[in-house]
Design a protein around this ligand. Structure first.
Ligand SMILES: [Zn+2]
Length: 199
């Protein structure tokens, strides 16, 4: 079987590395791009490059940000007495779209998982403790996956937060969170935030 020209092969190979893109889809996308004006290809490649060069992690909450502090941490109208802890940034944006939460966030960057060699020091946990030590925080809401790793992480955090004498809650159980949080509908998520319980 004869091969595609080298640049086309190369693009197909890169596209196939993306989630849910197989050989057929990669080929279709590559041919589509090939038929686009050069300007569109430039815009796409520049957008991909900008992701890596213009986005960093917020110094406070570890959300994706263009500046040292993200738009949420900079926003003077947010309730600074509450921090909602999540594992990854997409979950933050899902909660934001619900419009029912006006506190701050803290992104852990994963969940504690000894089997995968992820320990508390590999996550942004010390950063969370520093924020709590700052004194303005009155409640930490844990919105982590209710499965094993999320549970272990929640318990670990609750134990450490307790030493500061502030309230630790978790969003209502039975709500798909963690990786599934991205797919939870907004009403369910708002209800889960309203129905949070102390731990
Ligand atoms: Zn931030």
């Amino acid at each position: 079987m004869s091969q595609y020209p080298e640049p086309l092969e190369k693009l197909i190979k890169e596209l196939k590395k993306l989630p849910s893109i197989g050989q057929r889809t990669a080929e279709r996308l590559a041919f589509y791009l090939l038929n686009q004006p050069e300007e569109n290809a430039m815009l796409l490649s520049q957008a991909v490059l900008d992701l890596k060069t213009k986005i960093r992690l917020c110094r406070e909450c570890f959300n994706f940000s263009e500046e040292e502090l993200c738009t949420i941490c900079k926003d003077g109208h947010r309730d600074r007495s509450m921090i909602c802890v999540i594992s990854h940034p997409p979950e933050l944006w899902k909660i934001e779209r619900c419009n029912g939460y006006h506190g701050l966030y803290h992104v852990l960057g994963g969940l504690i998982s000894p089997v995968n060699d992820v320990h508390p020091e590999d996550l942004h946990i010390d950063g969370l403790m520093r924020r709590i030590e700052g004194g303005a925080v009155q409640e930490v809401i844990l919105a982590l996956d209710p499965k094993v790793e999320g549970e272990a992480t929640s318990m670990y955090l609750a134990r450490r937060i307790k030493t500061y004498g502030i309230s630790t809650t978790r969003i209502a159980q039975g709500v798909p969170i963690g990786r599934d949080l991205e797919f939870a509908d907004e009403l369910t998520l708002n209800r889960a935030l309203q129905g949070r319980v102390s731990i």
